[in-house]
Design a protein around this ligand. Structure first.
Ligand code: NAP
Length: 276
């Protein structure tokens, strides 16, 4: 495919530290190829240290790089260096997508669609009771998305003060899950903590005893592909959603921002699932 690249090809780049594990280049390039636009776009990766994000944005500006995808640790810091930030990314307080629109650098956040799109393929979120586990960076985008779609959100976090702060900012509720059977009352449970990911792969963020077959359990952790929480929820008859679906849909939304074309979802999904 790379034989089609020329001096006219638009460059998109994921920056992070680390970055070599990222599936974004493979996912986006497969999408370009499927649409026959792999002469117009190419997606690469570059390791950029936390303190160098400003320099990376300056390079984007000077070199006319078309798209800049930001992952850990750049999503908040990058905002300082942009010309414009869309209202959603401002509310979430993080940018994972920068588009160079005729020299103007505009920041977006597509992480919230990464959660909302897979859920809304199964159920309408309006009025649904959702338990969000965690109050970190990913939780911010997810809580925003759920509330935007009319869900009733309660946040549970190990450090309760962080849950309270997030809930106050977004105008939703907090739970300490002191009555564990409360877990039964939710339509949807979403894990946004790193519990379940290595080295915590043998743990679950909550007791799974009260998960029921009427619930949807979504774990945004994607390494391992199926976390202990998802395995146990599946045994209890719940419908499960893997973290890879979030990765996919933050990517399909971003693909559309960078190219203006509808993303070939199945092609991009196949790339991510081949790894597992
Ligand atoms: P973060 O900002 O560092 O937040 C981490 C969250 O996990 C906090 O709520 C923290 O609670 C909680 N936590 C960490 N260790 C814990 C433990 N041992 N017990 C209980 N809670 C614990 O991280 P993030 O950026 O939000 O990312 C969180 C996870 O989501 C990571 O595993 C990341 O890989 C995954 N993620 C996946 C996608 C995707 O596309 N699928 C996208 C983004 C992130 P405290 O507040 O108490 O510290």
């Amino acid at each position: 495919m790379f034989m089609k690249i020329s001096a006219k090809t638009k460059i998109c780049l994921i920056i992070g530290d680390p970055v070599s594990h990222s599936m974004s280049p493979a996912m986006h390039n497969a999408g370009y190829e499927a649409l026959g636009i792999d002469d117009r776009f190419v997606f690469l990766g570059a390791k950029v240290k936390a303190q160098d994000v400003g320099v990376a944005v300056e390079c984007m500006r000077k070199m006319g790089i078309h798209g800049l995808t930001c992952t850990i640790p750049h999503k908040v810091e990058v905002m300082k260096f942009l010309d414009e930030i869309d209202e959603t990314a401002k509310k979430i307080g993080a940018v994972n997508t920068v588009l160079n629109k005729n020299g103007k650098l505009i920041g977006f956040n597509t992480d919230w669609q990464g959660t909302v799109i897979p859920l809304e393929k199964i159920i309408s979120l309006s009025g649904k009771k959702v338990l969000v586990l965690g109050a970190g960076g990913a939780a911010r985008a997810i809580v925003f998305g759920l509330l935007k779609k009319g869900a009733k959100v309660k946040i549970f976090n190990r450090t309760k003060e962080k849950a309270v702060k997030l809930a106050q900012e977004f105008n939703c509720q907090v739970t300490s899950l002191s009555i564990k059977s409360e877990i039964r009352d939710f339509d949807i449970i979403i894990n946004t903590t790193s519990v379940g990911m290595k080295p915590l792969e043998k743990e679950t963020p909550i007791s799974t005893k009260f998960i029921t077959n009427k619930q949807i359990v979504f774990d945004i952790v994607y390494v391992p592909f199926e976390t202990k929480l998802l395995k146990e929820a599946k045994k209890r008859g719940a419908r499960i959603i893997h973290g890879t679906e979030m990765l996919l849909h933050q990517g399909t939304t971003q693909f559309e921002i960078y190219t203006g074309h509808k993303a070939p979802e199945e092609v991009m999904r196949k790339i991510l699932y081949e790894k597992n």
